[in-house]
Write a protein that binds this ligand. Sequence first.
Ligand code: PMT
Length: 402
Amino acid sequence: MHRLTNRNILLGITGGIAAYKSAELTRALVGAGANVRIVLTAAGAEFITPLTLQALSGNPVHQSLLDPEAEQGMGHIELARWADLILIAPASADFMARLSHGMANDLLTTLCLASDAPICVAPAMNQAMWRDPRTQENAQRLAAQGVHLWGPGAGEQACGDVGPGRMLEPAELVQLAAEAFGEPRLKGLRVCITAGPTREALDPVRYISNHSSGKMGYALAAAAAKAGAEVVLISGPVSLETPAGVQRVNVETAEQMLVAALELAPSSDIFIGAAAVADYRPVAVADQKIKKGQEELMELRLVKNPDIIASVSALPERPFTVGFAAETENVLSHARSKLQRKNLDLVIANDVSQSGIGFNADENEVTLVSTAGDFKLPRDSKHSLAQTLIEQIAKQMSTNEH
Ligand code: PMT
């Protein structure tokens, strides 16, 4: 797998003749497996058309900060969060000046300020402009701010001059982008994740379930795949697309989830239980639809479901086992007791009493609970939180091994 596989690259294209090379750069990034979204500045659009870039990237091109239609699709803040890496190629002298001074007067500079992703700039300009002390000062300021400067190269320029200021070739930029991600954290490891709810049938048309959407587990699967792991997702019934590079096993009941987990866990290095498994199921499933009777009260007899994660952690050759704790009160003390009772390596505690996080929400706020202590993470989108969680799991796992 290429290091850029499934990486989200935001490619900024500013005004300069080298913008024609950005078409080839887009193709090369997509060819290496990256998801590419392009932000084209007004000056950039004088050199290359959005249509070309849309066709090559497979995504609409973003051009304006104040575009209600674009904001309805992927809004600028969402775009800033989506990016794993921002690459501006070509980066004009004007763009470097604005970025180095923290300006946010167009979509691209705004995204750079709003994103936590590493920013890489591939300067492209006339040799005299590059050598100008003001451009040099801006370049140094950017480097001091942690922006990576890739290039420029030297040679013959479009204007006929010879000297520094050429944008690096697309192949060189793809290589640098790949190196920026380093060795994938979970390379060579197998990760098994449960996600979504289980459904416990009462009769052919009714079941007991819960509000889990699967978003948290699916985000973790995507993040683990991005970190280089081989990922299997054991999924309850949800309406989400399988993340790229992830193998999915569909189940419906807790018992089916247990069978799949016990089959996959022994060959896994990490097991994460993000599923909201029904703790109980009906003692018997009626063959026919249960008819409404005269009685006001109806009693259901339930029997305890197997505890999937506790069964995994009891395996003789157990993977590094991570559970969730979905609690509405005494969140941390319940999480600590689950850590012990279920013999887990790590518990991700979430307070599901708060609206906007937990079940069926796009965000979550969790505390990692382990024998090493508690570690609270700030509220974040499940997508970005999942990446932090995978990082933390990888870290904790390597600490445990030493
Ligand atoms: O799916 P989303 O809408 O994105 O919502 C995410 C979530 C809130 C479901 C998720 O973040 C979460 O907290 N998942 C665990 C929910 C849960 O059932 O928690 P619990 O505290 O009841 O269970 C503790 C742990 O034991 C969990 O890892 C659970 O998967 C596991 N378990 C529970 C019961 C059971 N019979 N078998 C299990 O393996």
